[in-house]
Every structure is written in structure tokens, then in C-alpha cells.
Ligand binder design. Structure first.
Ligand SMILES: CC(C)(COP(=O)(O)OP(=O)(O)OC[C@H]1O[C@@H](n2cnc3c(N)ncnc32)[C@H](O)[C@@H]1OP(=O)(O)O)[C@@H](O)C(=O)NCCC(=O)NCCS
Length: 177
């Protein structure tokens, strides 16, 4: 079955959230994050993959900022392919489609497996840091241009989503006691 790639539309919200939940289960951080970003209109660009009219993949980009708030590029986060559709090239297709559509004019940042993102031209940059890169070496950049060394900040929703997920976990444990 042919897979189609296109920009996400408002009507893709529920299916995109569902794909994120399924792909990242048991984590609900990514679905919570995208729901917050989407509702707060903080997504700079996002794309979906569909197969036989069904949404099977989702990728989002949001602003990356220098300390002080100056936008310096876009964070690729997250990307997800429904578990039943993985390992068939859809993740690669979705990423390539989004990179083509975004063009080379804007630096892109990603936190993830260098083995995966390296295939798309992302390279680790030791002069740039992400507060979410706990082990180090997983923060990568594509099309760097001229970016001053330092931390690359995220939209506040990235932190808010952590708090929401933590609150839900605490409430769930309390209800189970
Ligand atoms: C990561 C993910 C988006 C890849 O999508 P996919 O459709 O399964 O990937 P593809 O079939 O296009 O694979 C592309 C290549 O990357 C490789 N690959 C896939 N997932 C990988 C991973 N987690 N780590 C390293 N390589 C990976 C594949 O082996 C393939 O290599 P090949 O071209 O030599 O065959 C998908 O597996 C997924 O949703 N995973 C759960 C969520 C997640 O971890 N997202 C990424 C972090 S934000």
C-alpha cells in the first residue's frame, strides 16, 4: 500500500496523538507534549504519513532558542510511526519529506540516536547543549550555519509536559492506594 506524506491538518490532531501514544508506550510524555504544543500554537511545522487513508506517522518541529529567547532554529521532536507500521521505511520517508519541505535555510536540532539521525545528515555538536541530553552526545544539529556556542532552549511546553505527566502519575498512585 502506498504511503503518502503531507503537512498535518487540524483534523489530524486525535490520530496524531494516538500514534504518539502507541509508538512511545508506556510513556505518555510525547503525546502530552504535542497536545500542549498544538493547542498553544507552538508547532512551527508538522507532517503526517498516511497509508490507505489511515494516519501511521507523525513528526513535529518547534522553535529552538538561544538563552534570552532569540529563535535560532527548529527542534525536531518528536517523530513516531505506529508500531504496526514500523521498520517499513515510513520513519525515513517522513523525515526526508519534512527535511525537503523545510529546506536548508533553517538549522535543525534533534535529541536522539546518532545511529538513526546521522543517516539524515545530523551531526553531534559539542559546542551546543540541550538540557534534556542527560548522557551527552545525543544532541545533534543539521545545517548549523552561524550559531553561538551554548544551550539551545525549548518551548516551555517541553517542561510543562514533564510536570503534567508527573502529576498524573502521582494522582494515579494515590488513587490506587
Ligand atoms: C524511530 C521510528 C520513528 C523509526 O520509524 P520506522 O518507520 O520504524 O523507521 P524506518 O523503517 O524508516 O527505518 C529507517 C532506518 O532507521 C533504522 N532504525 C529505525 N528505528 C531505529 C532506532 N530506534 N535506532 C536506530 N535505527 C533505527 C532502521 O533499521 C532503518 O535502517 P535501514 O534503512 O538500514 O533499514 C519508529 O521506530 C518509532 O516510532 N519508534 C518509537 C518512537 C521513537 O523512538 N521515536 C524516535 C525518538 S523521538
Amino acid at each position: 500500500m502506498a504511503v503518502a506524506y503531507r503537512r498535518a491538518k487540524e483534523s489530524d490532531f486525535s490520530d496524531s496523538i494516538e500514534v504518539l501514544k502507541q509508538a512511545f508506550a508506556p510513556s505518555c510524555y510525547e503525546a502530552t507534549l504535542v497536545a500542549l504544543l498544538w493547542r498553544n500554537e507552538k508547532i512551527s511545522a508538522h507532517y503526517v504519513a498516511t497509508e490507505a487513508g489511515k494516519l501511521v506517522g507523525y513528526i513535529a518541529y518547534s522553535l529552538g532558542m538561544a538563552p534570552g529567547g532569540l529563535p535560532i532554529g527548529l527542534h525536531l521532536a518528536p517523530i513516531a510511526v505506529h508500531p504496526a507500521a514500523q521498520r517499513r521505511g515510513i520513519g525515513r520517508g517522513l523525515l526526508n519529506h519534512s527535511l525537503d519541505d523545510l529546506g536548508s535555510g533553517v538549522p535543525l536540532f534533534v535529541l536522539g540516536e546518532p545511529a538513526f539521525y546521522g543517516r539524515f545528515g545530523f551531526v553531534p555538536d559539542p559546542t551546543l547543549h540541550s538540557c534534556f541530553d542527560e548522557t551527552g552526545g545525543n544532541f545533534q544539529v543539521l545545517g548549523r550555519g552561524i550559531i553561538a556556542p551554548g544551550e539551545v532552549l525549548y518551548e516551555p511546553e517541553f517542561h510543562q509536559a514533564f510536570n503534567e505527566v508527573a502529576d498524573r502519575t502521582v494522582n494515579k498512585s494515590a488513587n490506587e492506594e
